[in-house]
Write a protein that binds this ligand. Sequence first.
Ligand code: DGY
Length: 328
Amino acid sequence: MSTQPKVLVTRKTPPPAIELLTGRVLLDYNSDDRRMAPDELARRAADCDGLIAIGDKITDALLDAAPKLRVVANNSVGYDNLDLAAMTRHGVMGTHTPGVLTDTTADLAFALMMGAARRLGEADRYVRGGHFKVWSVDLLLGVDIHHATLGLLGFGRIGRGMARRATGFDMRVIYFDEQRASPEVEKEYGVECVSKEDVFRQADFLSIHVPLMPSTRHLVGAPELAMMKRTAILVNSSRGPVVHEAALAEALKNGVIAGAGLDVFEFEPNVDPILMELPNVFMAPHIGSATRATRTAMAMLAVENCLAALDGKTPPNLLNRDVLAARR
Ligand code: DGY
């Protein structure tokens, strides 16, 4: 019988990360990129020591079905798919991949803001549709980003990346975060901390950079949208359920705000049918971290976290530190 630990990789993963696992573990690799239903995940995890997961729901039921499990290494920075309290109760470590995707995701958030402001989705469809017959002085007029006010909801790694980019465009940057940054950090990034309400009221562009957790679900709903300028544009590259999508669709339809740039959706991959019809929404299919280099770096970090846990070490990106005490 093999003494190697068994690891299930639940989704298609960049080859260098699979190579790093090969020979070190017994590998069960779901390389066809199909998301497994909970019963298949439970069946395949049943004799595993580690999981490398992307978005798979790690629940009490799954943990009960996988008694040997020691680590779930998320191949993402977001970890709203992990029930960390249940994992700690079961003595299972949870890890994620912070840092390596910060700039790539901030780039995409900035691109969403620019795309929505300058109506790039409409412009692309206009040209492809063969409508570009004559240049016109008021064709597809947008709004300026430079010298506008960017409001950040959340001022962690990616929010700060967005602030750094915005100062290059001479934007005024305001933010709200439950944990205010130090005066030194605020000075370094050239940002001003304001109340949550003032972020909604003052922003020309409001960009969301909070993790999804019970306190941030529907952080932006009809009342918050009503506080925003009618000319404002909302950008979401964090998690879909942070925004009440039906309320956003109504607000965009009724001119409560002017536009949106969205990489994430409340019930993705499904998108609210009203949003699908609106020209003032610039959309992407959850590609915030989607560059070859970054997706490879994320997968390598997930594997490093997994192997560290299986080697009896503390993984570099452990989320539930209290599990260490529980395991002693
Ligand atoms: C992340 O890393 O959280 C990205 O959204 C990919 O899931």
